[in-house]
Design a protein around this ligand. Structure first.
Ligand code: GLU
Length: 299
């Protein structure tokens, strides 16, 4: 039997919600609700050095102002170290992870560029050289050719060893990597549908590899177009994207729906939040979402 549909929005609290992250919130929310499913919110504060104090609360206040009600309680990754540790331990028991002593510089000196940064050349794969100290833990990727059918973006296939390299699950600074945390949390929270920005499309084969090793279910993935500015840069704090204005939230919601290829009637932004969702749920068509990784947003 298929489990009940459950989606999630998993923001990193690195700043207030801007239009780009609102798109991911709206897409995951409407998609989950339109399936009659639950929608969870998880604060991805595992990368503590990047966390901005107050950002998580600010994001949640904006979601509330949007009238987006989440199910259950909010999970904070910063409280989940035990679960990540247990998963790493299991992979270690399987001998699918190994300690790595290489510094960034050493890797840069001997590696070729892959889909995302340098492809780890496997220096420590056979064990640490004498007098070398473990810095990070990496997962083996040898032989893992992972393909999946993204509902929006189509087929994606990676030969992980060649395209990415053995990737880090536990960082040299003592932080569990996003790739591990997200897999453990999606599995434990029973997420069936991951609808998120296409900036994570290339992370998905890595996540499926970990799901395979840990023996957990792979959710259905749908990667939404990412909003970029006229220069093609992702909207973010670095590109000075404006936070979503809680006083003009209806406008932003309708813009997000349009950005996702939906066709809300003219003037919907003048309606109340309830009316916007009453329009959005029954009219949501995933097949109308543009099948592109990025799309210019110039409001
Ligand atoms: N925390 C990630 C981000 O804000 C999203 C992770 C995900 O949806 O899997 O970019």
């Amino acid at each position: 039997m298929n489990p009940a549909p459950r989606g999630r929005f998993a923001p990193s609290p690195t700043g207030p919600l801007h239009f780009g992250s609102l798109v991911a919130a709206v897409g995951s929310y409407v998609d989950a609700r339109a399936r009659g499913g639950e929608w969870l919110v998880r604060i991805e504060d595992v990368d503590t050095p990047r966390v901005v104090p107050g950002a998580a609360d600010d994001i949640l206040r904006t979601l509330e102002a949007c009238g987006m009600a989440w199910d259950g309680s909010i999970v904070h990754q910063s409280t989940r170290s035990d679960a990540y540790h247990a998963a790493l331990h299991e992979l270690r028991r399987q001998r699918n992870v190994y300690a790595c002593a290489c510094s960034r510089r050493e890797i840069a000196d001997s590696a070729v560029a892959g889909i995302e940064g340098y492809v780890y050349p496997g220096t420590c794969r056979g064990g640490l050289a004498q007098a070398r100290k473990a810095r990070a833990w990496r997962v083996r990727t040898r032989g893992a050719v992972i393909g999946f059918d993204d509902v929006i973006q189509g087929r994606v296939e990676h030969d992980l060893e060649k395209d990415i390299g053995d990737f880090v699950l536990y960082r040299a600074d003592g932080v569990y990597a996003y790739q591990l945390a997200v897999v453990v949390d999606d599995a434990e929270q029973g997420i069936t549908h991951v609808t998120r920005g296409s900036d994570l499309l290339d992370s998905t084969p890595r996540q499926i590899h970990l799901q395979d090793l840990l023996g957990v279910r792979t959710p259905v993935y749908a990667h939404l177009p990412v909003a970029v500015n006229a220069q093609g840069q992702k909207l973010s704090k670095q590109t000075l994207a404006q936070p979503v204005d809680r006083d003009r939230i209806a406008e932003s919601l309708v813009l997000a729906l349009r950005f996702l290829g939906q066709e809300p009637p003219a003037g919907l932004e003048a309606a109340g939040m309830n009316d916007i969702w009453h329009w959005a749920m029954p009219n949501w068509r995933l097949e109308r979402v543009p099948r592109v990784r990025t799309q210019v947003f110039d409001a």
